[in-house]
Design a protein around this ligand. Structure first.
Ligand code: URA
Length: 208
């Protein structure tokens, strides 16, 4: 029997290109929701297309909308530092968001915007095929796992999206205001790094 996720996943990807460049081009002219009317740039994503680790945020803010790149504002500066703390750079990972266009005034993404945009992120994950995803904040966590309870109840655990390990953690923008979450964030980063190191190890299969 086919699971709900299988049907959901495939239906949304069916009309999108398998080629990453083509996917980006298509996304950059997207009018699937009304955010195209107010955006300055589509923020498709940036980084290493062969990345083992993918980072997924919520939606572009003002700076990202202007530059056309994810996480270039204050939260982005913190994200770069967080990566550096586990000996990674932005060139080691691929960074994308649930929404590719900025919601005006940085309001929360609307369900119909996530619905309209979801195929792009599903396809990005499918093509990049990372081993680990660091899910930054509740929108990324809900998108990948359907979990919408408190973050405090699941962080520290490894979740799964189509066989890919998902590490749920705080959004860097939230960390700027909640210093008390930094300790948990650091634990999550170390977990992601541990999984990253495991993924780098050569796989040895015992001879039967
Ligand atoms: N917040 C996000 O979730 N994504 C960005 O790209 C910038 C800020």
């Amino acid at each position: 029997m086919l699971g709900k996720e299988f049907l959901f996943f495939n239906r949304e990807n069916i009309d999108l290109p398998d080629d990453f460049k083509e996917l980006q081009l298509q996304c950059e002219s997207c009018k699937r929701c009304s955010l195209f009317k107010t955006r300055r740039n589509v923020v498709f994503g940036k980084g290493n297309k062969n990345a083992i680790l993918m980072l997924i945020g919520e939606a572009p803010g003002e700076k990202e909308d202007i530059k056309g790149e994810p996480f270039v504002g204050a939260a982005g500066e913190l994200l770069t530092k967080m990566l550096k703390a586990i000996n990674l750079t932005r060139d080691d990972v691929y960074i994308a968001n649930v929404l590719k266009c900025r919601p005006p005034g940085n309001r929360d993404p609307k369900p119909e915007e996530i619905e309209a945009c979801k195929g792009y992120l599903f396809k990005q994950i499918e093509i990049i095929n990372p081993k680990i995803i660091l899910a930054l904040g509740r929108y990324a966590i809900k998108f990948l796992t359907d979990y919408s309870g408190p973050l405090s109840a699941i962080r520290g655990n490894v979740l799964y999206y189509k066989g890919i390990k998902v590490v749920p953690t705080y959004h860097p923008a939230a960390l700027i205001y909640h210093q008390e979450w930094k300790r948990g964030s650091w634990e999550d980063l170390k977990l992601a790094r541990r999984l990253y190191d495991e993924a780098l190890k050569p796989q040895i299969h015992p001879v039967k």
